[in-house]
Design a protein around this ligand. Sequence first.
Ligand code: SF4
Length: 213
Amino acid sequence: MLINEIFYSIQGEGPSIGKPSVFLRLGGCNLKCKWCDSKYTWDPKVSDNKVMKLDQIIKKIESYPCNHLVITGGEPVLQQDGLKELLSELKKYYVEIETNGSIALKINKYIEQFNCSPKLKNSGNLPYPLKILPTNKKVIYKFVISNKSDLNEVKKYCKKYKIPKNRTWLMPEGTSKADILKRSKWLIEICKKEGYNFSPRLHIMLYGNERKK
Ligand code: SF4
């Protein structure tokens, strides 16, 4: 499989925030978000992915004292055939996966939680159809918010795909503590008023945009 990094940290976003977790970061992505904080997984100019065999990946994951696994990227669902094989060997793990929601799933039975982050116009991508729908009860939705005006787009999107507010997290865009704090202040007020969940980006608040923390 094409792997970028495997490391042990805490989940910094979404409903499992604060959970000690092993992170498996896969290489490759089918989008190009302009504010992407993991370009090193897909941009040939800075990418440092490597091919790893399943037994190497399993050995590394099992070297950490933790049975909560977060699969991220890049877009990890691009490698779902490899993930099927891998996860069938990692049955003791609670597995959550981060995805942009553009690819239909074949790995539902191996995953406990899908953190689906559909990209809004602020990402610079063209709109794409959502392939991971809320009829799947394992899915929560996380939107990256740059400006207050993004809220209208979130509302329209959630109406179109029937995404309930209690399964929706709004998260400030930013790769520095200062940017996250600034946006968090007004975004929290929006969440309070509208009934969405707020997600900080705890890893950025703690470590900035450093890797492997
Ligand atoms: S979908 Fe995720 S990994 Fe891909 S470009 Fe966007 S932010 Fe980066």
